[in-house]
Design a protein around this ligand. Structure first.
Ligand code: ADP
Ligand code: DP6
Ligand code: CO
Length: 328
């Protein structure tokens, strides 16, 4: 009898409102600043990963989005088994929609099931795959505390508010382009740390203050304060990318017209009703409240009709409730 074990599970992306960008230790994946994000439900965006261990496999293999990838120097401790891993994102990979977060969180979750690793340790392990993945191991609002220790023992993700805390919050995901980015997040942030003075100002004088204010805004469900900080964070993160030498451009012209549209919508409404945020890619996420979803959706559909290739509108509305890793 050949020993074989198969685990399939799916996991969520998270979208940061206080951005992680920069590592103080590249080996241990210790960030230069703390960050905060919301973990989405898996109705629209998710990674599905299967891990199969078998005594009959002669080598480790991994497929990402149906493409075979070479796996170098990995030896699994599960007896004599080699692993075959197959993972698929149902949204654009490497395009600024946090595929590395859901990808590594789901992989580590599946491996954890396979090797019976206590759930409590999984977030720290996921971080080693991709920093932002440590936040996808929890639902609701999640803070990744940078910690102070050199060995990273106090560097960890913690849930600040659960998925039911702000029932009216909604996210709209706008796919501007599904092309993989030219500069990966890993290499982009390494280059920023080396060259940007604005980055130094940001980590020393800006992020901690904003983190305190936005946590309080989330606690109080104060959307205008939450939204303003979210947009300022996105702006500063992209300014830091521009201040990197040579500069990194993640947003494109469609991204910028989404910024304009949200800005004008808020001005016209005489209150902040929507907040844009962009990760390391041109695709937009809009945070808003349930009551504004229909209005914003119709505006977006008017200005970015889905028939045009660029500026296509992916998903109606994502909310936080219902977090879990799902096991087949
Ligand atoms: P993103 O903005 O999508 O997070 P990154 O540059 O941070 O982009 O990371 C993209 C990389 O993450 C991919 O090139 C791949 O190495 C890894 N990745 C993405 N999805 C998965 C997945 N489902 N399983 C394993 N690794 C993944
Ligand atoms: C802009 O976690 O993808 O999305 O740790 O090098 O894998 P690595 O980078 P990654 O960086 C995410 C950057 C961001 C902001 C954020 O998610 O906080
Ligand atoms: Co990423």
């Amino acid at each position: 009898m050949v020993f074989t074990k198969l685990i399939t599970c799916s996991g969520p992306v998270n979208i940061a409102v206080i951005k992680y960008w920069g590592k103080r230790n590249e080996e241990l994946i210790l960030p230069s600043n703390s960050s905060l994000s919301a973990t989405l439900n898996q109705k629209e965006l998710k990674t599905v990963t299967s891990v199969m261990a078998s005594e009959s496999f002669s080598e480790d293999r991994i497929w990402l989005n149906k493409r075979y990838k070479q796996r170098k120097g990995c030896h699994d401790p599960l007896l004599n088994c080699k692993l075959h891993i197959c993972s698929q994102n149902n949204f654009p990979t490497a395009a600024g929609l946090a595929s590395s977060a859901s990808g590594y969180a789901t992989l580590v979750f599946a491996m954890g099931k396979l090797f019976d690793i206590p759930v409590g340790e999984l977030s720290q392990i996921a971080r080693l795959g991709s920093g932002s993945a440590c936040r996808s191991m929890f639902g609701g609002w999640v803070k990744w505390e940078m910690g102070e220790a050199e060995d990273g023992r106090d560097c960890k993700a913690v849930q600040t508010h659960d998925e039911c805390h702000w029932p009216d919050i909604r996210l709209l995901v706008l796919v501007v382009s599904d092309t993989p980015k030219e500069t990966s997040s890993t290499s982009g942030m390494a280059s920023t740390v080396k060259t940007s003075e604005l980055f130094q100002h940001r980590v020393n004088h800006v992020v901690t203050k904003r983190l305190g204010l936005i946590e309080e805004a989330i606690t109080q469900q104060n959307f205008p304060v939450f939204a303003q900080i979210t947009m300022q964070e996105s702006n500063q993160f992209h300014a830091v990318c521009l201040d990197t030498y040579p500069p990194i451009f993640y947003m494109n012209d469609v991204s910028k017209s989404i910024v304009d549209l949200v800005t004008q919508y808020n001005a016209f409404s005489r209150e902040i009703k929507a907040a844009y945020t962009f990760d390391a890619g041109p695709n937009a996420v809009i945070y808003t409240l349930k009551e504004s979803v229909a209005e914003i959706t119709s505006l977006l559909l008017h200005f970015f009709p889905p028939s045009t290739q660029e500026g296509c509108f992916l998903s109606a509305s994502i909310f936080l409730k219902g977090f879990s890793f799902q096991i087949d």
